[in-house]
Design a protein around this ligand. Structure first.
Ligand code: NAP
Length: 584
């Protein structure tokens, strides 16, 4: 996708000519995308293409960048007041009399904060989505508060951000940035972006990069020091703001936004496991969040709630859960629904899946669908993956949860028993990872795979050979996949629950006993699990936290945590415990 097909015009203001591009129907709400440093409007090409179906999308090269001309002299030509003049001139030209939805990245966001907080733009901005670029005023107050009332934590935050700002000091030096950008840095920049950020070089007009970057140094020199020293006391946003924070931003600390509610009466927070250049690396997610936010503001509806736990991270994401008709799978579907995710509930039981989807919608999922599939059936899973990708999109989080229980000694476990348990517990996970993981990797915008293993994966037992083998395999598969997919920004987690009160006890099979004994044992283990009474909701909470923090292996219940520790530090003790025959 590129800006090809865009309608271009020139807007002249304050002695500069701004190159403005438009996509989509001008009758629709206008979304203005403002680029950062050192970029041009093309940094938005992937996002703009995705928004153009629904909105009138407008992009412009900031003065001195891309195909916009530079002010003369440069010094004093990039003040926030002049950048505000430019924005108003563009907004008046493309959307006369109707407020626009502003979106800014990096310096595009820094200047958009100015637009959204000064009086003369009031009524011209309907909403503002900010990413990786704070208000210099808010930043100034943030520093002030930490200098005036230092605590060890606040000093740490100050030093942390100070270290991330190394490039700002360099950009304040005379001539050095100009020399660097016109020299080797200018040539190598696309390669550096690709390597460090894994951001595609895209269609950045590299020919203008050295002069853009040299001109853009004045964005910093004209504004940063002066504003940080004397931040405006009244920099309150006069439009709803959506803040998107990449968690791996090398230049900005997440802590910078801690006090933001003070400045923004209507704030929606979003977080994203990504680095700085999100318009290039996460266009799907950004376009979805911008669309959701703009649509809510236009419809005069409350912006998506981000007060529920985890909602800043999962709101609007597509999450698929297998075995979602019962127990841990259903609780996980509900937890993602509560966080505002779009949920696909998969189970072999059609009615149970439908019930989970229905309740997910009631709980808070903006959309939820039920799908019937047996995870052990390769062809059924292939069809499921095709349908999901065609109808709902690429999955952001996959939870391979479906599993069955099987207990009994090795010699009473028949080859058929082995096949059944491995087909569901291991092959089900393999199919899920292969079919949904491949699309995730192909999309190149990250994601997460959660495999529900078990404490049985690291805790041997004389009566669980088949089940434990299947779960140990899931654990190792998860570790290997985690290593392979790290380079593609896809996290993989193995969850090892422990004893959890679900239906699994009534459906688990016991080998080598007749039907009556089978039922007696199922009843007894259901009673024991009921007495332990660890709720599946806590496992679901562990799943969401593990995805947010990208954990590799997560034992959940205290006994699972205990045996995980023993398996590492006292494996001989665990082997002894494995010999004890449970009373069933
Ligand atoms: P559950 O209440 O029995 O739920 C499992 C769900 O998966 C059921 O709806 C089940 O449908 C479905 N399912 C089973 N086989 C399937 C297949 N081939 N294709 C599609 N769906 C299938 O059990 P749970 O305790 O929540 O278990 C979820 C996962 O956690 C399993 O992988 C299990 O091994 C693991 N786990 C559970 C515990 C525990 O103590 N509960 C501990 C450690 C690990 P049916 O009802 O039709 O079978």
């Amino acid at each position: 996708m590129s800006l090809k097909g865009a309608r271009e015009r020139t807007v002249s203001t304050g002695g500069v000519d701004l190159c403005v591009a438009e996509l989509g129907d001008p009758g629709q709400p206008t979304v203005v995308l403002v680029h950062g440093y050192p970029d041009s409007k093309e940094v938005w090409s992937e996002v703009a293409g995705r928004l153009a179906d629904r909105f009138h999308v407008v992009l412009y090269d900031v003065r001195g960048h891309g195909r916009s001309t530079a002010p003369r002299p440069l010094r004093g030509g990039f003040t926030l007041a002049k950048l505000t003049d430019d924005f108003l001139a563009v907004a008046d030209a493309v959307s006369p009399g109707r407020p626009v939805h502003l979106v800014g990245h990096d310096w595009g966001s820094v200047q958009s904060w100015e637009f959204a907080t000064v009086a003369r733009t009031e009524g011209r901005i309907a909403s503002f989505t900010s990413m990786s670029g704070p208000s210099l005023d808010h930043f100034g107050h943030w520093i002030d508060a930490r200098v005036k009332r230092p605590t060890p934590r606040r000093v740490g935050q100050l030093l942390g951000q100070g270290a991330k700002s190394w490039y700002v000091y360099l950009l304040h030096t005379p001539k050095l940035p100009e020399l660097a950008w016109r020299g080797p840095l200018g040539k190598r920049w696309p390669g550096i972006l690709q390597r460090v950020e894994k951001a595609p070089g895209g269609d950045y007009p590299t020919s203008s990069l050295p002069s853009d970057a040299a001109n853009g140094a004045w964005l910093y020199r004209d504004n940063v020091r002066a504003r940080l020293r004397r931040p405006r006391p009244d920099a309150y946003a006069h439009a709803p703001v959506q803040l998107i924070t990449p968690q791996g931003d090398a230049f900005l600390s997440e802590r910078l936004y801690d006090d933001l509610e003070r400045w923004v009466p209507q704030l929606t927070r979003r977080t994203l496991p990504a680095k700085h250049w999100v318009p290039r690396t996460r266009p799907d997610q950004l376009a979805a969040w911008i669309e959701q936010f703009v649509t809510a503001v236009e419809g005069n509806r409350p912006a998506p709630k981000t007060t529920a736990r985890h909602s800043d991270r999962f709101g609007g994401q597509l999450v698929l859960i297998t075995g979602a008709g019962s127990g841990i799978g259903r609780a996980t579907a509900f937890a993602f629904a509560e966080a505002g995710a779009r949920v696909v509930a998969v189970d072999r039981d059609t009615e149970a899946a439908a019930r989970t989807a229905e309740l997910s919608r009631l709980i808070g999922a903006p959309e939820a669908w039920a799908e019937t599939a047996d995870v052990s059936d390769e062809q059924a899973m292939e069809k499921l993956a095709e349908r999901v990708h065609r109808e709902y999109g690429v999955v952001d989080v996959l939870v391979n949860n479906a599993g069955i229980g099987l207990a009994g000694s090795f010699f009473t476990t028949t080859p058929d028993d082995w096949r059944k348990v491995l087909d569901v517990n291991l092959w089900g996970v393999i199919h899920g990872c292969r079919l949904f993981g491949a699309r995730m990797a192909e999309r190149g915008q990250g994601g997460h795979i959660v495999n529900i293993a078990s404490a049985a994966a690291f805790q041997p037992s004389r009566t669980l050979a088949a089940y434990s083998t299947s779960k140990a395999a899931v654990l190792m598969l998860s570790e290997c996949l985690r290593a392979e997919l790290a380079a593609r920004d896809i996290g993989v987690t193995a969850i090892c629950p422990g004893i959890v009160n679900t239906n699994i006890t009534s459906t688990a099979r016991f080998t080598g006993v007749d039907e009556a004994e089978q039922r007696r044992r199922q009843k007894r283990s259901a009673r024991l699990y009921g007495l332990r009474n660890y709720p599946p909701e806590k496992v679901a909470e562990a799943v969401l936290t593990a995805v947010t923090t990208n954990k590799a292996v997560v034992p959940v219940t205290p006994e699972a945590k205990g045996s995980h520790l023993l398996s590492r530090y006292a494996p001989r003790l665990l082997r002894r415990l494995a010999r004890v025959e449970p009373k069933l």
